[in-house]
Design a protein around this ligand. Structure first.
Ligand code: ADP
Length: 398
């Protein structure tokens, strides 16, 4: 019977999970993955094997109001029936915000959970979901070690200058500063890059996590130097439905001239902007790339323009550039977007190998490109599982 570790990534409408063999906690030993989706509307639990085949499925009645315990109970029951009682050795959770204090994965005790709840005002749309899943797991399996893995932690080494906002100091004292996010993804990418191209990994690299949420991270020797997301996950690039960097004066205008409340602005900036807002068609890059409509093209052009602009800024923070890594849904699969970004960054010495790019190959720059360009599939759940193993199941002394 394998000992297993469960990685949980709880969001507002879905809980994604992956189950790994505890011995390694790496993607080569993934036993299953899946999600509980449609939370709040038509909840549905599905677990799949490595090839995507459905292993088990469960649907709750549509409209059922369910607590996180109700949602996670069938997952735990399935793990027991699939792997055997006592097979689950630990659970790791993606926690969006660790504030300035949680700079590495940590065992989730009651005191830590209470501490993390104090960070809810810094990430009101995300932190409560992470903590609800943690509390539900504690209720269902009080004896199970649980580990918190923070999206902010990878960036904790950024300089004071890179984290400062140009506001009066009293706001920084209450935590209003740049944190950066997508840290589990960047940590995973940095690790894979170290395996695939150690010399490059030791240099100055920009990693581009381009999914529904999107950001760039400038890394030197695998450590975050600067990143495009800041105080919240709204900052930086144009995203599926989020605006990215915006002149704060535009928000004052919307408040003053349109009478928009904080709640209305929040909805506009997180849910109605980005690719969806500019195209008026979709937040999905596949749909936009397939469309001939001018607003769809303009949305993609803006997405690319802003990646290139921010990459230029990060190259400056890094003092030059040796590598560029594309990752997440768009970065891993949208060759046209990669090509357009690389064309705009040709001044940095990037030369794209068109055939390798079209094939989604790992190395997509030419041999004479001054900057190496790579595609690395990210795996936040694998990173969570690795952390959960390291914190909760330390190897016995030799
Ligand atoms: P999330 O941030 O929700 O985890 P993903 O990393 O899965 O998102 O990325 C979702 C984005 O990736 C969507 O915009 C989707 O259109 C895009 N995407 C996925 N596959 C492709 C593809 N083959 N070509 C272009 N875009 C793709």
């Amino acid at each position: 019977m394998p000992r297993a570790v469960l990685a949980i990534n709880a969001g507002s409408s879905s809980i994604k999970f992956a189950l790994f063999e505890a011995r390694h906690g790496n993607p080569d030993h993934r036993l299953s993955h899946g999600q509980i989706e449609g939370i709040g509307s038509a909840p549905h639990f599905v677990a799949r094997d490595g090839d995507g085949a459905v292993l088990t499925e469960y649907r709750w009645p549509a409209g059922a109001t369910l607590a996180h315990e109700d949602l996670l109970a069938p997952l735990l029951a399935w793990i027991t029936s699939h792997l055997g009682a006592d097979s689950l050795a630990a659970a790791g959770h993606r926690i969006v915000h660790g504030g300035g204090k949680y700079t590495r994965p940590v065992a989730l005790t009651e005191a830590v959970i209470a501490d993390l709840a104090r960070l809810v005002p810094l990430a009101p749309l995300h932190q409560p979901h992470s903590l609800a899943a943690v509390r539900a797991m504690r209720k269902l399996r009080p004896e199970l070690p649980q580990v918190g893995c923070f999206d902010t932690a990878f960036h904790h080494g950024m300089s004071a200058t890179a984290t400062r906002l140009a506001l009066p100091r009293r706001y920084a004292d209450e935590g209003v500063r740049r944190y950066g996010f997508h840290g589990l993804s960047y940590e995973y990418i940095a690790g894979r890059l170290r395996e695939q191209a150690p010399a490059l990994a030791a240099g100055r690299v920009i990693a581009a996590h381009l999914g529904n949420g999107a950001s760039l991270c400038g890394m030197h020797d695998g450590r975050s130097v600067d990143t495009t997301m800041g105080f919240t996950a709204l900052d930086g690039l144009v995203m599926g439905t989020r605006c990215g960097s915006i002149d704060p004066g535009a928000l004052l205008y919307l408040q003053q001239q349109h009478g928009m409340t904080a709640a209305a602005l929040e909805h506009l900036l997180y849910n109605e902007s980005g690719l969806l807002g500019v195209s008026g068609i979709s937040n999905d890059m596949r749909t936009l790339l397939a469309s001939q409509a001018p607003p769809a093209r303009e949305a993609v052009e803006l997405f690319v323009f802003r990646i290139a602009r921010e990459a230029g800024a990060l190259a400056s923070s890094l003092g030059g550039l040796d590598g560029l890594v594309f990752s997440a849904g768009i970065g891993e699969h949208a060759a046209a977007v990669r090509a357009a970004v690389c064309a705009r960054l040709a001044w940095l010495g990037i030369r794209l190998d068109e055939a390798a790019n079209a094939a989604d190959a790992n190395l997509i720059s030419t041999a004479d490109s001054r900057v190496q360009v790579r595609v690395i599939a990210t795996d936040e759940e694998a990173m969570i599982a690795a952390h959960a193993c390291a914190v909760a199941l330390p190897a016995p002394p030799p």
